[in-house]
Design a protein around this ligand. Structure first.
Ligand code: ADP
Ligand code: MG
Length: 695
């Protein structure tokens, strides 16, 4: 098992395994289901289940599970063994087609945002044959969707699959008008995943990391990221050993782990896979996050996926590289070789521009979590204002079309759609701006607002749906046009005119941009999660998402509720952790050090030695102790107050406006105390220990 090509995908029930283990009739029928969504009949399901079971048992599996993605944002699994009693008192290993296709986890404890109260108490899981089954540990995992009995989606996979279908349907209408052959159009994603690695023995000493995934106290160490010596720096042997094992584990699961490097902050790293179909990329990213954490433990490390594990140090995000392509592999965001392909490219490009402008709030909502609020707009990640970067070249093309003026680089006088050949936009000319939330990078868009722990499902659901909506409007118009070319030209010009406010090629970190964006261009600045989430239920958003059958109205209400609930709970857990740490760890430690200083002062005084330093320090510590106590009491009160909120939206606002500021107030004297308390008295590892502890 040394050669990667030999063991890649060895734990996946993939096409190769299917071909070798299924009869050609069953294989063809399953393939038809996978590629075109055809219904799977029971005899086929039984045959597939049989083959899966045999294969899984040969590879050491004893259990199977329907692996799904509830609204908690992580994955869920309930393991059942294959055993079934036989009359002779022993067992046989059994797995039926019915068990493969449908499961009924007692899922009443998963968040449903009210869906279950109005519909059925129990949910069921249904196999997603487009994502391969795989073996994790001793369990055969079957990727599934999770729904209520009323058919309401209780997970992230179902709406994602629906959004892919919505985009497929509308994109095919457009391609037909251009005479482009295609059986289906799907979106592809390559998510770049950032993470931190810290020594496990230090992690275990900090209850903030244990309970919340981020540090709630800690002074910036003498050295942070200012030297830029970590970014792309040589990888330390211990980290390299971790990455090697991580890659092996991912490759066995058929995950195309490709690029790895050190990131900007000390102890921060990145992993990017090769892009693949969106729902598979989503499953793979969830698995990647899980395996990153598991493998870290084996190396005495902890992998932090939180968006902001350390204050004053860059946090972690996830870049969602997204494109649309046909079944034959034509990338619709790539300018083609012929003028006609270029007109088609420009139309798809415009569809994205229009989608991002019309549904900027949905894109912001799709990345809204308590953790990500710390990054967006903090000059380390894009601002909370959504805009698009196109690069100078493409921008000039659009300007020429909009104004009917000559395109600057071309010899021809006017940009004529369907006549002119566009220049090739390669990465080098399009990828210079790293501050944009949504950047065109040659043949794909890179959505950069995602937090490192976000499921990429949400962002892609919104992106696919919004683009499907633009395409629908275009198709409705073009299908009835008497002169296709002139209607096309008009529509592209109109899109550019109507939506150019969303295009911004400058520095997204500049405060002046935020002012221009909001005051001059009228773009939305939804700074925090409670600012953003209620817009999910705005009429235009509900209409678009229900029209394309991506969500029902009840499902949207449930998402709104759950996301806000999640925000509130996360921050309240943080606040309670701060209270505990400050009262039970920091205050006793500072008092102990103070007592040590006071006794030193008394001893010196008894001998008639001057004790100015001790007196000054003891006074300072005393002041800090009082300040910590006062701030802790105020935070405690603020936590109690939250319970009087009238509803979840109100609770979100209270947390934003009172709880979070009180948390900062408590942190301040604690971090100051860290500065003057002797290291051996400080109760937990410092930023310096954590960030520079892996050697
Ligand atoms: P960056 O320069 O942003 O760090 P990387 O090379 O690390 O870029 O990652 C780029 C990601 O984009 C990879 O996951 C890659 O597979 C993905 N990608 C490349 N082409 C496409 C495409 N056409 N559609 C979607 N994703 C793509
Ligand atoms: Mg990137």
């Amino acid at each position: 098992m040394k050669n990667v090509a030999d063991y890649f995908g060895c734990m996946v029930f993939d096409d190769r395994v299917m071909k070798s283990r299924l009869s050609s009739k069953v294989y063809m029928s399953l393939k038809h289901t996978i590629d075109e969504g055809a219904r799977l009949d029971e005899t086929v399901a039984n045959a597939v289940a049989n083959a899966m079971r045999e294969w899984a048992i040969e590879n050491g599996a004893t259990h199977y599970t329907h692996w799904f993605q509830p609204l908690t944002g992580i994955t869920a699994e309930k393991h059942d063994s294959f055993i079934s009693p036989s009359p002779d008192g022993r067992v046989i290993m059994d797995f039926s087609g019915k068990e493969l296709i449908k499961g009924e986890p007692d899922a009443s404890s998963f968040p449903s945002g009210g869906l279950r109260a109005t519909f059925e108490a129990r949910g069921y899981t249904a196999w997603d044959p487009t994502s391969y089954a795989f073996i994790k540990g001793k369990t055969l995992c079957i990727p599934t969707a999770f729904c209520s009995y009323g058919g309401e989606a209780l997970d992230k996979k179902t709406p994602l699959l629906r959004s892919m279908e919505a985009l497929n349907k509308q994109a095919l209408r457009i391609l037909k008008l251009f005479g482009t052959e295609a059986k289906y159009v799907h979106t592809s994603v390559g998510p770049e995943q950032e993470y931190f690695l810290v020594p496990k023995e230090l992690f275990d000493k900090r209850s903030d990391l244990i309970f919340t995934g981020r540090t709630l106290f800690g002074r910036k160490p003498p050295k942070g990221q200012e030297m830029d010596d970590h970014y792309f720096g040589a990888i330390k042997p211990r980290v390299e050993a971790y990455m090697t094992e991580l890659n092996e584990e991912l490759w066995k699961l058929g995950i195309l782990a490709k690029t790895q490097h050190n990131e900007v902050a000390p102890a921060q790293h990145e992993l990017a896979p090769i892009y693949t179909t969106t729902n598979i990329a989503t499953d793979h990213n969830q698995l990647t996050m899980e395996i990153m954490q598991k493998v870290a433990q084996r190396h005495g490390l902890c992998c932090l996926l939180h968006e902001k594990p350390f204050a004053n140090v860059n946090g972690s995000g996830k870049h969602n590289n997204w494109s649309m392509s046909t079944d034959s592999g034509t990338n619709l965001l790539s300018p083609g070789e012929t003028p006609y392909e270029n007109a088609q490219f420009l139309l798809f490009l415009c569809a994205v521009i229009k989608a991002v402008d019309d549904y900027q709030d949905l894109l912001r909502i799709s990345v809204a979590t308590a953790g990500n609020d710390h990054r967006l707009g903090a000059n380390e990640a894009p601002p909370a204002v959504v805009s698009i970067f196109l690069g100078d070249e493409l921008n000039a093309v659009l300007e020429a079309i909009e104004n009917d003026t000559p395109y600057k680089n071309a010899k021809k006088t006017k940009m004529q759609l369907g006549v002119d050949v566009l220049p090739k936009f390669n990465r080098d000319t399009t990828d210079r701006n790293r501050t944009s939330p949504f950047a065109f990078t040659g043949n794909k868009f890179e959505f950069r607002m995602l937090g490192s722990s976000n499921s990429i499902a949400c962002a892609n659901i919104m992106l696919n749906s919004a683009v499907a909506q633009s395409l629908k409007i275009y198709a409705d118009r073009l299908e009835t046009a008497s002169d296709f070319n002139s209607a096309l030209h008009k529509m592209i010009r109109k899109t550019i005119k109507d939506h150019k406010r969303i295009i911004f090629n400058g520095n997204g970190y500049d405060d002046k941009w935020i002012e221009e964006a909001t005051k001059v261009r009228g773009l939305m600045n939804l700074r925090t999660t409670p600012d953003a989430i209620p817009h999910l239920l705005d009429e235009k958003n509900v209409k678009m998402l229900t029209d394309h059958k991506v969500f029902s109205e009840a499902e949207l209400k449930s998402r709104c509720e759950i996301t806000l609930e999640n925000y509130c709970k996360s921050v309240i857990i943080e606040a309670n952790t701060m209270l505990e740490m400050s009262r039970k760890e920091i205050l006793p430690a500072v008092l102990e050090y103070e007592a040590f200083i006071v006794s030193a002062a008394n001893n010196k005084k008894a001998l008639g030695i001057d004790c100015d330093y001790e007196t000054k320090t003891a006074n300072e510590l005393s002041r800090l102790v009082n300040s910590i106590d006062k701030s802790a009491n105020e935070l405690d009160n603020a936590i109690q107050n939250v319970s009087v909120a009238s509803d979840i939206i109100d609770e979100g606002y209270m947390i934003r406006d009172t709880l979070l500021p009180k948390m900062s107030d408590l942190r301040e004297p604690c971090d100051e105390a860290e500065m003057i308390t002797a290291k051996k008295f400080w109760p937990f590892p410092t930023y310096g220990d954590l960030l520079f502890g892996v050697r």
